[in-house]
Write a protein that binds this ligand. Structure first.
Ligand SMILES: *Cc1c(COP(=O)(O)O)cnc(C)c1O
Length: 395
């Protein structure tokens, strides 16, 4: 099979040593071998989160993708209380939908996809309603927007609400400061910026809050965080049979991050994003949101008028490059280019050259007359081989 370059926000191209790790020994999850493996994963996750007061936090690992960790939080933390979900995109909407299943007291503040939250509006809502839990996506993957953890965390603290965060697509690429942002629980997944295979997810939380979960009536069996915490605490195990090979691979992925250094990893991902963005700007493409609001994990690009986005995806795929098309209200309007996982500078250069060729070819297909490049500057032209002339003007 061809090797695909996954320019997606996950799953990602994994490091070579994960392929070795996933085929480690067969072990039993009720033996010390697994206790040690899970202990090591937990330890490394605390390092990834740069937790200083390490005895204040614990991390459970769930066999199930990121959605499982989100549903575990939403079904385990609220009890009979009131939860306010903040949504400005596809994944915020999913948090809301999931919460409605488990929590009768579900509230929603909704913004159009890709628009930032108005903190004053959130504050006014909290003043007017007794809210016990606030839930928000950190990186809203559908638009690429990074939502304000510090601001919402401060509001949560001032209103004595627990703050729970969907960090599925940001953890491993952006700092999530549990202490500073007053986060009680944060979810993530193995297969995005952490760089491992899909299939595992995590919930990191304050020990004190984990302890309180047993007072709530269970709403699910498999995803009950109180049960996960009980097994973790008493024997460093999981309640049910875990996907053990994936645990070996996750452990290796976390070792890779720590060996590189957490800050170095964040910086490397950001540098790759900047390279891609610079290259795409030079192709006269425009982005959905301001670069200052973007997470460093991916770039959401507006589809130029002359372009059919499915054709673009298929043509890139013919060169083994995989990108995402927009979904929901962004369908046909945007495409997304991720830069997490094992992507080299050479891969980025190859992507940009291929994208340029595909854009030129699609213009010829449609016989669009050549137009002058708007906003092209002589500065920032990192890839000398680029012919900047006569690309279709974005939107
Ligand atoms: C991908 C993603 C999810 C869902 O994760 P799965 O692994 O597909 O279940 C949830 N939230 C965010 C922000 C995501 O990007």
């Amino acid at each position: 099979m061809d090797k695909f370059l996954l320019f997606t926000p996950g799953p990602v191209n994994v490091a070579a040593n994960l392929r070795m790790a996933i085929s480690s020994e067969d072990i039993c999850h009720r033996e010390a071998d697994f206790d040690n493996l899970l202990g090591s994963i937990e330890d490394k996750l605390l390092s990834l989160f740069q937790i200083e007061k390490r005895n204040r936090y614990r991390t459970v690992v769930i066999t199930g993708s990121g959605t499982a960790a989100n549903e575990a939080m939403l079904s385990s933390v609220v009890g009979g209380g009131q939860i306010l979900v903040l949504s400005n995109g596809e994944f915020g909407e999913r948090l809301h939908k999931t919460s409605l299943i488990h929590n009768a007291g579900t509230h929603l503040i909704e913004m159009p996809w890709g628009e930032a939250f108005d903190l004053a509006r959130v504050e006014a809502y909290l003043d007017a309603h007794k809210i016990d839990v606030i839930a928000m996506v950190h990186h809203e993957t559908c638009s690429g927007m990074l939502n304000p953890l510090i601001g919402i965390g401060a509001l949560a603290k001032a209103h004595q609400a627990l703050f729970i965060v969907d960090g599925v697509s940001s953890v491993g690429a952006e700092r999530v400061d549990m202490e500073q942002c007053n986060i009680a629980f944060c979810s993530s997944s193995s297969s995005k910026a952490i760089g491992a295979y899909p299939g595992l997810s995590i919930v990191i939380g304050r020990k004190e809050q984990f302890e309180k979960l047993r007072h709530h009536k269970a709403k699910t069996t498999y995803l009950n965080l109180a049960t996960f915490y009980g097994f973790l605490k008493s024997r460093s195990q999981t309640p049910n049979t875990p996907a053990i090979p994936l645990f070996f691979a996750l452990e290796q992925a976390l070792s890779n991050v720590l060996q590189e250094g957490v800050e170095n990893r964040f910086a490397a991902i950001r540098r790759r994003a900047e390279k891609l963005r610079c290259g795409m700007r030079n192709l006269n493409l425009r982005f959905l949101i301001d670069e200052k609001d973007m997470c460093c994990v991916l770039t959401t690009v507006c589809v130029p008028k002359s372009l059919n986005v499915s054709n673009l995806r298929r043509r890139l795929r013919a060169s083994s490059i995989i990108i995402y098309e927009g979904k929901g209200c962004f369908k046909d309007k945007v495409f997304q280019v991720g830069n997490i996982g094992e992507i080299s500078d050479g891969d980025i250069a190859f992507f940009l050259i291929t994208l340029r060729d595909v854009l030129l070819a699609s213009r010829e297909d449609r016989n669009v007359p050549a137009v002058p490049v708007r906003g092209a500057t002589s500065a920032a032209k990192p890839f000398g081989m680029f012919d900047q002339a006569a690309l279709p003007v974005a939107i």
